[in-house]
Design a protein around this ligand. Structure first.
Ligand code: NAP
Length: 313
C-alpha cells in the first residue's frame, strides 16, 4: 500500500470518540478529591487546565466541547479579563492565576507564547503527578522538566495554524515518563483541532516544524505568487485571488481524499506538450525542487537553534 493510500485509510479509520480525557490517575484522584482550604493542592475539579487562553487554547476548547467534553470541566488561566470572558462564554471556567488552574486538573496544557513560558513555569508549581501537554513551539521537554520536575510526564506537540479551523495536523512526542494513558489523553486533546501522529524522537519534531509547522506559510507564499502572476498577466486581482484559493483547496482535497501521491496527480494532469508541462518545465529549470529542500533544511536548523536556546541538551 502506498504511503498516500495508507495515510488516507488511517484518516478514515481514526476514532472520533472523545470519551474520558482523564490523564493517568485522574479518575482515582477525582474520586478521592478533597477541597483543602488554606493551602495545599486544590480538588481536581476539572479534567484539563489550560495555561494561557489565547487562540490555540480557545480552538482546543471549542473542539473539545463540540466533541462532547463537559465544558464545565475545562479550566483556563489567563491574565486578560476579556480573554477570560470569552472562555466563560464557551462554558469553561476561567481564572486569573495559573496556579489555581494547574491545581484543579491532572492534565495541564501549556498554551502561552514560548517566550513567556519560562517565566510562567518559574512562577507556579505543577504537581509532579500531572501530565503536561505543551503546544509551545520550539520548547524542548527537558526545558520544561528543568522548570517542573525531572519525573514529570510531558507530551510536546507541534500543531500548525490550521488548527484554528480544526484542519490542523499535530505531531506529538512523549517523554519516557509518559505512560499509555498519558499519550492517549494528549492525543485526544490535540485531535480536537485536526489530525494527529506520533514521532519516536524529539529531534523529529524539528523536521515536523519545518514541514507542517511552518508549512501553511509555504502554501500561502505559493498562493500569493500565483495570484500576483495571474494579476500581472491581466486578470482582475479578485478573480486571480479566487482562482488561486479554490485551486489550492481543490488540489489539497484531491491529494487527501483520493490518497493518490501528488507526483501521480501531477503527472495525470500534465499532458506532453501542454500548458501544465510548459509551466512545470520552467519551475524545474529554476531548481524549485532543490530550493524547497534547502528551505525546509534551513527551517529545521532554525528550529534546533530555538530549542537549544531554551535549554535542551
Ligand atoms: N496559533 C498558532 O497557529 C500556533 C501554532 C502552533 C503552535 N502554537 C503555540 O501555541 C502557543 C499559544 O499560541 P497562541 O497563538 O494561542 O498565542 P496567543 O493567542 O497569544 O495566546 C497566549 C495567551 O497567553 C496569555 N498569557 C500571557 N502571559 C501569560 C501568563 N503569564 N500566564 C497565563 N497566560 C498568559 C496571553 O495573554 P495576552 O494576550 O494578554 O498576553 C494570551 O491570551 C504558543 O506557544 C505557540 O507556539 C500556536
Amino acid at each position: 500500500m502506498s504511503v498516500w493510500r495508507r495515510q488516507n485509510t488511517q484518516l478514515a479509520c481514526r476514532s472520533q470518540v472523545v470519551d474520558s480525557l482523564a490523564a493517568p490517575g485522574t479518575q482515582k484522584v477525582q474520586a478521592a478529591a478533597v477541597v483543602q482550604a488554606g493551602g495545599g493542592k486544590g480538588a481536581r475539579t476539572a479534567d484539563i487546565a489550560f495555561i494561557g487562553g489565547g487562540n490555540m487554547a480557545k480552538s482546543l476548547l471549542r473542539g473539545l466541547i463540540d466533541a462532547g467534553h463537559d465544558a464545565g470541566r475545562l479550566a483556563v488561566s489567563d491574565p486578560n479579563a476579556d480573554c477570560r470572558a470569552e472562555i466563560e462564554a464557551l462554558g469553561a471556567r476561567a481564572v486569573a492565576h495559573n496556579q489555581q488552574a494547574a491545581d484543579c486538573a491532572n492534565t495541564v496544557v501549556l498554551a502561552v507564547k514560548p517566550q513567556v513560558l519560562a517565566g510562567v513555569l518559574a512562577g507556579m508549581s505543577i504537581p509532579g503527578e500531572s501530565l503536561i501537554v505543551s503546544v509551545c513551539a520550539g520548547v524542548p521537554v527537558d526545558g520544561i522538566a528543568n522548570l517542573t520536575s525531572k519525573d514529570q510526564a510531558i507530551v510536546r506537540c507541534m500543531p500548525n495554524t490550521a488548527s484554528l479551523l480544526r484542519a490542523g495536523i499535530t505531531a506529538l512526542y512523549a517523554n519516557a515518563n509518559t505512560d499509555e494513558n498519558g499519550r492517549q489523553a494528549a492525543e485526544k486533546i490535540l485531535s480536537a483541532v485536526g489530525e494527529t501522529l506520533w514521532v519516536d524522537t524529539e529531534a523529529e519534531l524539528d523536521t515536523v516544524t519545518a514541514v507542517s509547522g511552518s508549512g501553511p506559510a509555504y502554501f500561502f507564499y505559493l498562493m500569493e505568487a500565483m495570484a500576483k502572476a495571474g494579476e500581472s498577466l491581466g486578470l482582475d486581482p479578485e478573480v486571480a485571488a479566487r482562482l488561486t484559493v479554490e485551486t489550492a483547496w481543490g488540489a489539497a482535497r484531491m491529494a487527501r481524499e483520493t490518497g493518490t501521491a501528488p507526483s501521480t496527480l501531477r503527472r495525470n494532469v500534465t499532458s506532453p506538450g501542454g500548458t501544465t508541462e510548459a509551466a512545470i518545465n520552467t519551475l524545474n529549470e529554476g531548481d524549485v525542487n532543490d530550493k524547497v529542500v534547502e528551505a525546509l533544511g534551513r527551517a529545521r536548523q532554525r528550529a534546533r537553534e530555538i530549542a537549544d536556546g531554551f535549554g535542551s541538551k
